[in-house]
Design a protein around this ligand. Structure first.
Ligand SMILES: NC(=O)c1ccc[n+]([C@@H]2O[C@H](COP(=O)([O-])OP(=O)(O)OC[C@H]3O[C@@H](n4cnc5c(N)ncnc54)[C@H](OP(=O)(O)O)[C@@H]3O)[C@@H](O)[C@H]2O)c1
Length: 257
């Protein structure tokens, strides 16, 4: 791993760092010189393996377990990270879950779970991170292009991510007074476990293409993103070149139709 040095001396927490987009963000932050805390929930082996790999490659990196649906665990993750490395500069909140379901079947429990992870989990991670950050802090949440698209039976997920875009707009004002920026990244379909499990469901009703054909048709670039391509946006928003960007959502989606 050659250190680009753009995040030298910074300490970053990456929730959802055990797999997919979050794992790619953790690797990019480590390669940019940051000390990285990989937050994970169920994938302990993957999280610790990644932490070991990044450490062997020269980074300072640890993995900590926290269910972001649990407010106390989220607080503990952020505080343990800041206490371990003596400061906190960057939060990349990548933990998230997908959901599909028609109106007739949706339950209050579905709503609570999706919002507890995708919305409240990100809000509380931002709240605790902001408490430990000083001037120059960077908070990057994760939305989805689903927040702005019309996708069959994707109501709960889309709503949970639309709320994230509203949160970064509003929070930018109070955090901006302290020199902290807050933005969101809105990925389009990205080659992770989440996309593999759900890709075909994004088709309009009655269209029955294979997931691969459907995704190739849907995106201007004729393919979906790699996690590393999406991770670049989290590196940009954490770095010096994004110092005057706040309250915004950056789409990384290869232009979906
Ligand atoms: N892939 C896409 O096409 C796509 C498109 C738009 C937006 N996104 C968003 O991008 C983010 C990353 O997605 P991905 O595709 O990388 O997903 P993924 O491959 O399914 O990975 C999800 C990550 O979130 C973590 N996570 C899930 N529930 C959690 C919880 N309750 N507490 C803590 N961590 C939890 C998982 O941790 P464990 O494995 O350790 O449990 C894992 O690290 C999500 O916010 C997702 O909504 C993805």
């Amino acid at each position: 791993m050659s250190n680009t040095g753009t995040l030298d001396g910074k300490v970053a927490v990456v929730t959802g760092g055990s797999r997919g987009i979050g794992a790619a963000v953790a690797a990019r932050y480590a390669a940019a010189g940051a000390c990285v805390v990989i937050g994970y929930h169920r994938s302990a082996d993957a999280a610790h393996e990644l932490a070991d790999q990044l450490t062997v490659a020269g980074a300072s990196c640890i993995a900590l377990r926290a269910d972001v649906a649990d407010p106390q665990q989220t607080a503990r993750l952020i505080n343990q990270a800041a206490d371990t490395f003596g400061r906190l500069d960057i939060l990349a909140s990548c933990a998230g879950i997908n959901h599909f379901g028609g109106l007739a079947e949706l339950t209050p429990a579905d709503f609570d779970h999706v919002f507890a992870v995708n919305t409240r989990g990100q809000l509380l991670a931002a709240q605790h991170a902001a408490r430990r950050m000083g001037d120059g802090g960077r908070i990057i949440l994760t939305s989805s292009n689903a927040a702005r698209r019309t996708i069959f039976e994707h109501t709960l997920y889309a709503a949970s991510k639309s709320a994230v875009e509203a949160m970064v707009r509003c929070l930018s004002v109070e955090l901006g007074r302290r020199g902290i920026t807050i933005n969101a990244v809105a990925p389009g379909a990205t080659a992770t476990d989440m996309a593999a499990a759900n890709a075909a469901k994004y088709q309009p009703p009655g269209m029955n293409l294979s997931a691969t054909d459907w995704l190739a048709l849907s995106y201007a670039l004729g393919r979906i993103a790699t996690p590393a391509e999406v991770a670049g946006a989290y590196v940009f928003l954490a770095g010096a070149d994004a110092a005057y960007i706040t309250g915004r959502t950056l789409p990384v989606e290869g232009c979906v139709f």
